[in-house]
Design a binder for this molecule. Sequence first.
Ligand SMILES: CC(C)(COP(=O)(O)OP(=O)(O)OC[C@H]1O[C@@H](n2cnc3c(N)ncnc32)[C@H](O)[C@@H]1OP(=O)(O)O)[C@@H](O)C(=O)NCCC(=O)NCCS
Length: 157
Amino acid sequence: MTTLALRPYRPHDAGSTAGVYQAAIRVTAAQHYDHDQVQAWAGTEIDLARWNHNRSAAWTVVAEQDGIIVGFADLTADGELDMLFVHPQAGGRGVARQLVAAILAEARRREFRSITTHASRAARPALERLGFVVDAENLENTVHAVAVPNFDMHIDL
Ligand SMILES: CC(C)(COP(=O)(O)OP(=O)(O)OC[C@H]1O[C@@H](n2cnc3c(N)ncnc32)[C@H](O)[C@@H]1OP(=O)(O)O)[C@@H](O)C(=O)NCCC(=O)NCCS
């Protein structure tokens, strides 16, 4: 029996979290987007210095199982859940539920009244289950000039 542990992101987590990000897009999100969309979104080689800068700029939390990072999420200074990614091999076991609970707790601590997110087609059902509601579909959302439609969602706290 293994337990999931949540802890704050640290700079040496850059490679692991980038790996979870790319696997989640290439395997899980790929069920909802075509090849070009997945390639544009997942990227090829991630610049880890820049990645670390962005993860460190937000309040980022990682989920570890047996010392291995299986997911991460973040909360930006303006109240956006910007990143929510769970490794496909750890999917469907409540990792996102715990990550989102941590994000909501931090948002309440900061006295935010709501959180917004731009949810992929892959994340929308899980986020709805966790209490977010859809405000609009973004058919024009682009990543590196490729259309990758997603949904504006929010949750009131
Ligand atoms: C979306 C994602 C983060 C969900 O992670 P996960 O750990 O598998 O999700 P959980 O197991 O914690 O599920 C959370 C809740 O949503 C429900 N849920 C998850 N996927 C669902 C689906 N497709 N349909 C309906 N409910 C779903 C779960 O049953 C669970 O509810 P419960 O605890 O009441 O049973 C993960 O699939 C992922 O990384 N996807 C690809 C990347 C992506 O699109 N990220 C978002 C970027 S905007």
